[in-house]
Design a protein around this ligand. Structure first.
Ligand SMILES: Cc1ncc(COP(=O)(O)O)c(C=O)c1O
Length: 494
């Protein structure tokens, strides 16, 4: 396809045409595009209703696209180099579920890093697949999880030659990437599919200074949260399919299984529009963002109490490459932890950052970032430094809970087993029925089917002590475990 073809926005054009028709509606949504006077129309103007249509003739069928949605998807596939593309209206969360459901059956083995997003664990429950976890490199300085080296991927692949697929996170939330090309090549040489969580990497497709993208590296499937770094609206994502053996039939069945039958047309239109915008502006805008990132890195590093951790640091800690749009700031000798800074920046300085951990916080620089925004951030950090820096502060030794619990059964088996609720402090050796994590960054501490170890309990105790919100089924320190006494049905145990 010629680049000029990328000027087209088939779905947006069809939507415009439909809206121009001024049809009298007897369909859903029930507001029938009327300017309802609600709190929402006061906030957004009543156009929020005018543009909200369902799936009338002319706007294609999301589940089995054949016209304007398909054309818009083909434009994404063409530009990214993938064989096919599917639009998603429930984020990369749904992209991950669809990848697992399309490629794996119950009991199929998949090799994956421990720091997977919670949707992967849900995908294991739905598909019935068996996980083989690999521990990524841990950066003890910042206490964050990095990448997995090629050698460790190779070892895991060699030890599990019966695995159907490997699952790679590239980049991580913090911008660390792995040696994707080499890992893909090795996995393919052992007949394993390569599925990539590229939720944080949409911009890799639109600027040549970014780390290599999954499709260029030869991966079989990848999911992009276009809403995170590609300029579309929240929830809209794209699934890229790069292997003809993963058929349209398999993918469509999975899309149908987990997606609403009322996909939001504004999200679909935003994917069509974002692609055109990024194709023609991504290189220039992201070049500017990289310059802004360099400026931010250098200015913030001069402020006492803050250390910017960028390429050099990440490469020393197990990453193969680094996405400079992630501004990772370590806290050094401040009378505040990352969570305090998150709150202070929001409440006092009107700055919303992406996430905080104990010793660091993360700011995302993306296509909407301006130099003015960075200057405001620098000013706020200088003010915080002047109030809270204390060179006599000594932090306790940084630590990270390095191992993960042993697996007793597949996540799906634990999901269906009977429930017992116990206090986490009494859960030693119990088998979890739930996934427990802190969010962000959403790394599971324990998943369904794993045994509570002393280390898991210590970890929960630690987060309780420092008042970090732990996501679990319960809010009062209780956890869901398997009730072995009432688990008599041998079918359940399969
Ligand atoms: C690594 C990773 N994968 C997947 C997702 C899910 O993406 P989405 O929010 O588009 O559903 C997230 C969300 O933050 C994420 O951080």
């Amino acid at each position: 396809m010629k680049k000029s073809e990328q000027e087209k926005t088939p779905y947006v054009d069809a939507l415009k045409k439909y809206l121009k028709g001024k049809y009298t509606g007897f369909d859903v949504p029930g507001h029938h595009q009327k300017p309802l006077h609600t709190e929402l129309s006061k906030l957004y103007t009543s156009r929020i209703y005018k543009y909200d249509v369902n799936a009338p003739r002319g706007l294609d069928n999301y589940m089995n696209p054949t016209s304007v949605i398909k054309e818009a998807q083909d434009l994404w596939a063409d530009f990214t180099g993938a064989k096919r593309a599917r639009f998603l209206v429930n984020g990369s969360t749904s992209g991950i579920l669809i990848m697992l459901l399309s490629c794996l059956k119950a009991d199929d083995k998949i090799i994956l890093p421990r720091n997977v997003h919670k949707s992967v664990i849900n995908g294991l429950v739905l598909s019935g697949a068996s996980p083989v976890f690999i521990m990524p490199e841990i950066d003890l300085c910042t206490e964050i999880v990095n990448q997995i080296s090629f050698e460790n991927w190779k070892k895991a692949i060699d030890e599990n030659l019966d695995a159907k697929a490997i699952f790679i996170i590239n980049p991580t939330y913090f911008g660390a990437t792995c040696d994707l090309e080499k890992i893909v090549k090795y996995a393919h040489s052992k007949n394993m599919l390569v599925l990539v969580d590229e939720a944080h990497g949409t911009h890799f497709y639109f600027n040549d200074k970014m780390p290599i993208n999954a499709i260029k590296a030869g991966a079989d499937m990848s999911t992009l949260s276009v809403h995170k770094s590609g300029g579309s609206l929240t929830q809209s994502s794209v699934l890229l399919i790069n292997n003809d053996n993963i058929t349209d039939y398999m993918v469509s069945k999975s899309v149908n299984l987990i997606t609403t039958t009322s996909p939001n047309n504004t999200l679909i239109a935003s994917l069509d529009a974002a692609r055109k915008f990024m194709v023609f502006n991504g290189q220039k805008i992201l070049d500017r963002i990289l310059e802004i990132a360099k400026f931010a890195q250098s200015e913030i590093s001069k402020i006492k109490g803050f250390k910017v951790r960028a390429r050099e640091h990440f490469l020393k800690n197990g990453a193969y490459d680094f996405d400079e749009t992630k501004l990772v700031i370590e806290i050094d000798k401040l009378k505040l932890n990352g969570f305090d800074i998150y709150n202070l920046l929001k409440d006092k300085y009107k700055i919303q950052i992406e996430l905080a951990e104990t010793y660091l916080f993360l700011c995302i620089l993306s296509i909407g970032t301006t130099k003015k925004d960075i200057i405001k951030l620098i000013k706020a950090l200088k003010s915080i430094s002047s109030k809270y820096y204390d060179e006599n502060i000594k932090y306790e030794d940084h630590h990270y809970f390095k191992s993960f619990p042993t697996i007793f059964c597949r996540p799906r088996t634990a999901f269906h087993a009977p429930l017992k609720v116990v206090n986490y402090k009494d859960a030693l050796n119990e088998v979890s029925k739930e996934m427990i994590m802190i969010y962000p960054p959403g790394i599971p501490i324990i998943i369904p089917g794993e045994r509570f170890s002393k280390e898991v309990i210590d970890q929960l105790e630690y987060y309780e002590k420092i008042n970090t919100k732990v996501l679990s089924d319960h809010k009062d320190g209780k956890v869901s475990v398997i009730d072995f006494e009432n688990w008599n049905n041998s079918e359940d145990k399969k």
